[in-house]
Design a protein around this ligand. Structure first.
Ligand SMILES: Nc1ncnc2c1ncn2[C@@H]1O[C@H](COP(=O)(O)OP(=O)(O)OP(=O)(O)O)[C@@H](O)[C@H]1O
Length: 344
């Protein structure tokens, strides 16, 4: 894949207050790229610098290898047309039908024939599954349907990039799922690059090829969802995940109730082909080590399948040591569980 967007040492301040701090990253043509972090981390501000809705205080923005940071007037307008945008609260016009909410966004300057425009709107409404609701008004639609109108509207001028600012935050889990599937479908079928802001780890796991984790204006991690959320030991990322992971709440109870020391608990991160290997029974056969599984769950992180397990090994010290060596050789990632947070 080739690089489509690039930020180089971007900083953004509001009234001398730094909100984005020296961030550099590249977004590839055709990928789904996530920007993740707590509320107030600077995600929306960063997103808006990509299409220069916000000009950075310092640093450079690249599009197709061209430095676009200082574009002005008609060149800036032309540049922005490469982007469509959707938002958490849909921003539809309540007095217009679904069809007209899309129609109003058509770039008139292109001078396209009405027939061509009509055909494209119909086609887009079909893509987002709303062809039968073209004459309805926003108040007659569910949240998920409204967001799909917003997607059709954002795509009407055939942008190269779709910027999504918390597109699922106002939706229930069912609608979230449908919307994520739709985003993935348009990413593939229209070869659209998608940049999506979210504070929900499940959203990134479902559709992102790569994610960036932003905390307090800084880029703390960048990589595949499993690299960023499972293999990264930065404490603010671990805490972020613990919102979603039951074991962060349950393991302290196990430790207190049964007098288990934190360091007896190992987190095993078993990925891809190892997921279907009989590792636990191998350990028992080879080293006479018994395994108590406290928690475990298999999940899909982007293109990786990961079994994230918390275990206690029972047996002599040499056996445990051999077990750890054996697992490490198989590229299982191992972390010893600390008292308060997971440590390498
Ligand atoms: N136009 C602005 N003027 C002044 N301060 C702003 C402006 N836009 C954002 N901020 C401040 O910058 C900080 C980061 O805001 P931003 O919206 O980028 O964060 P976020 O990570 O997207 O959070 P959220 O998910 O809550 O929107 C916040 O403290 C916010 O108040």
């Amino acid at each position: 894949m080739k690089k489509l967007l690039g930020l180089e040492n971007i900083s953004i301040e509001f009234d001398k207050n730094p909100v984005v701090k020296n961030i550099s990253l590249k977004i590839e043509d055709g990928e789904v790229f996530g920007i993740v972090g707590y509320s107030g981390a600077g995600k929306s501000t960063l997103l808006r610098s990509l299409n220069l809705l916000l000009k950075p205080t310092s640093g450079k923005v690249f599009y197709n290898h061209e430095n676009v940071t200082n574009l002005k007037g008609s060149n800036l307008k032309k540049f922005r047309k490469q982007f469509g945008m959707i938002f958490q609260h849909f921003n539809l016009m309540e007095t217009r039908t679904v069809y007209n909410n899309v129609r109003i966004a058509v770039d008139k300057k292109k001078g396209e024939k009405e027939k061509v425009v009509k055909q494209r709107i119909r086609q887009l409404l079909e893509t987002v599954g709303l062809e039968k609701l073209a004459n309805k008004y926003p108040q007659e639609l569910s949240g998920g349907q409204k967001q799909r109108v917003a997607i059709a509207r954002a795509l009407i001028n055939k942008p190269k990039v779709l910027l999504c600012d918390e597109p699922t935050s106002a939706l229930d889990p069912l609608n979230t799922n449908t919307l994520l599937k739709l985003l993935k479908k348009i990413n593939r079928e229209l070869k659209l690059t998608i940049v999506i802001i979210t504070h929900e780890i499940d959203v990134t796991k479902a559709i992102c090829d790569r994610v960036s984790f932003i905390d307090n204006g800084e880029l703390l991690a960048l990589g595949s969802p499993s690299e960023v959320f499972i293999n990264n030991t930065t404490s603010s990322i671990q805490k972020f995940i613990s919102f979603n992971e039951v074991h962060a709440r349950t393991l302290p109870y196990v430790k207190n109730k049964f007098g288990v020391h934190g360091k007896q608990i190992y987190q095993l991160i078993i990925e891809d082909e190892n997921v279907v290997q009989p590792l636990i029974s191998n350990i028992q056969e080879l080293f006479s080590i018994k395994t108590i599984v406290l928690a475990g769950g298999i999940d899909v992180y982007g293109s990786s399948i990961v079994n994230n397990m918390f275990v206690i090994f029972q047996g002599d010290r040499t056996g445990v040591k051999k077990t750890l060596d054996y697992l490490l050789k198989l590229k299982v990632k191992i972390k010893q569980h600390g008292e308060d947070e997971v440590q390498e």
